[in-house]
Ligand binder design. Structure first.
Ligand SMILES: Cc1cc2nc3c(=O)[nH]c(=O)nc-3n(C[C@H](O)[C@H](O)[C@H](O)COP(=O)(O)O)c2cc1C
Ligand code: SF4
Length: 448
């Protein structure tokens, strides 16, 4: 490739999906192809059967990167065989989880990898139509993707005869209206059909009855981008990273007062402390870690004493939290936990779609209690009441948004109950007290 004046080569930012991400003009099909892009598509369509593709993805152990971690190959194998109904592939590019911004960078910078991943995945389970469902704010990414799809169509890699084969695949983008619930796969499908974005009863699962009541696979952006690499290099190659049950790499979106926030791709299983220290440069001067929310705002936080927990599905579960979408939110020692959770709870109250009572009413009552605690009107029994309401939402709501609202609050009460109690007792927050102490000490030092 011709060296670009003024654009020195950047060091690789990850072993797999982020390896080439900063290549200049990677959005163009020519640059993508120069790096070997679309070679896998041609090779697979010429030499492999759909069943073989599913088996390879199953053997790789790839698990969904959208939050739930469901095995991808297994999900594809649930599509009923022999049905005359059309099948659909839907890419979940809603990315509304607070603290998560990985899919955005992946699509912005490497749209052709996603298109190649979608064509290969569709081939594996026999879909001839694909949709990319983008959150409303991603209008500019829609333009990038539409341009890339046109390039792929002109090159014969999307359309009636993909790479000269008998496989046909049409691909479209769709912009949502900016509702968090539309990231939930069944609400997403309702929204795509033109209805109000509200979840549907499961089962039937989308793989059996999804878009227009036809078999549909919904996969996350990052999940689909792993597929070309796996089909190119094989299942064992993919397993060189990660753990036995959580193989591969994962992109984490790191935010908070670390020296180098942003997206980082690391092998699954890496201890959280190493992600923060080695890849994000540690904490900025004057800040210490108080807690970390490891998987987007929907999951329970981990206190600083648990930073050695591995970034994989099993280790996170054993520590009482979830890997989720990989949105790592670092909470520093100058942040009040009650205030942070109030902020998160208001988000869920606002985004609750209102379909079921525990979530609709519960998130409202949780917000009310937080407001009382914050304003210095908290009562002794409010902490247990908050936990009780959360308990009544958890596992009793129609979809996982209810759990997402309840789990972080229960985690915060478990690990930081003293901060809640301080709010009730002292009518103000503990951190403000610390801030006042620091200011007092600073004044004394200056005075001396
Ligand atoms: C409230 C809610 C919001 C969600 N938002 C997203 C999202 O923005 N992106 C995503 O990929 N999955 C999201 N999910 C998970 C999807 O329902 C689904 O599990 C995922 O898209 C499946 O893809 P995967 O198997 O590749 O992970 C959300 C789930 C819930 C309950
Ligand atoms: S849990 Fe919340 S978001 Fe999900 S269906 Fe019930 S009200 Fe709607």
């Amino acid at each position: 490739m011709t060296p670009q004046i003024g654009h020195p080569p950047q060091p690789a930012r990850g072993p797999l999906l982020f390896r080439d991400i900063d290549t200049l003009d990677l959005v163009s099909i020519d640059v993508y192809r120069r790096g070997g892009g679309y070679e896998t598509l041609g090779a697979v369509l010429a030499a492999k059967s759909p069943e073989e593709c599913i088996e390879i993805v199953k053997a790789s152990g790839l698990r969904g990167r959208g939050g739930a971690g469901f095995p991808t190959g297994l999900k594809w194998s649930f599509v009923p065989k022999g049905s005359a109904k059309p099948r659909y592939l839907v890419c979940n590019a809603d990315e509304s989880e607070p603290g998560t911004f990985k899919d955005r960078e992946l699509m912005e910078k490497n749209p052709h990898l996603m298109i190649e991943g979608m064509v290969l995945s569709a081939f594996a389970f026999g879909a001839n139509t694909g949709y990319i469902y983008l959150r409303g704010e991603f209008e500019y990414i829609q333009r990038i993707l539409d341009r890339a799809i046109e390039e792929a169509r002109a090159a014969g890699l999307v359309g009636d005869s993909v790479a000269g084969s008998s496989f046909r695949f049409q691909l479209h983008t769709h912009l949502g209206a900016g509702a968090y619930i539309c990231g939930e796969e069944t609400a997403l499908l309702s929204s795509l059909e033109g209805y109000r974005g509200q979840p549907r009863l499961k089962p039937p699962f989308p793989a059996v009855e999804g878009l227009y009541a036809c078999p549909t696979i919904v996969n996350n952006v990052e999940t689909l981008m792993n597929v070309p690499h796996i089909l190119r290099h094989g299942a064992q190659w993919f397993r060189q990273w990660g753990t036995e049950k959580s193989p591969g790499t994962k992109v984490f979106s790191v935010s908070g007062p670390v020296r180098r926030p942003g997206n980082v791709e690391v092998p699954m299983g890496l201890p959280l402390s190493r992600l923060l220290d080695e890849h994000c440069g540690g904490m900025r001067e004057g800040f210490r870690v108080k807690a970390v929310i490891p998987g987007g705002s929907s999951v329970p936080l981990l206190p600083a004493s648990m930073l050695d927990t591995g970034l994989d599905f099993e280790s996170m579960a054993a520590a009482g939290t979830l890997l989720g979408s990989g949105g790592v939110i670092v909470i520093d020692d100058q942040t009040c936990i009650v205030d942070a959770l109030y902020n998160i709870t208001r988000f869920y109250e606002h985004e609750s779609c209102g379909k079921c009572t525990p979530c609709r009413e519960g998130t409202y009552w949780m917000s009310e209690i937080f407001e009382r605690l914050e304003s210095g009107h908290g009562r002794e029994r409010d902490i247990d009441l908050l936990a009780d309401i959360s308990d009544n939402i958890l596992g009793k709501s129609f979809c996982a948004l209810g759990d997402a609202a309840a789990m972080p609050v229960l985690g915060a009460i478990k690990h930081f109950r003293e901060e809640f109690e301080y709010h009730v007792r002292m009518k103000r927050c503990m951190v403000n007290r610390r801030r006042a102490e620091i200011a007092e000490r600073a004044a004394e030092t200056v005075g001396a």
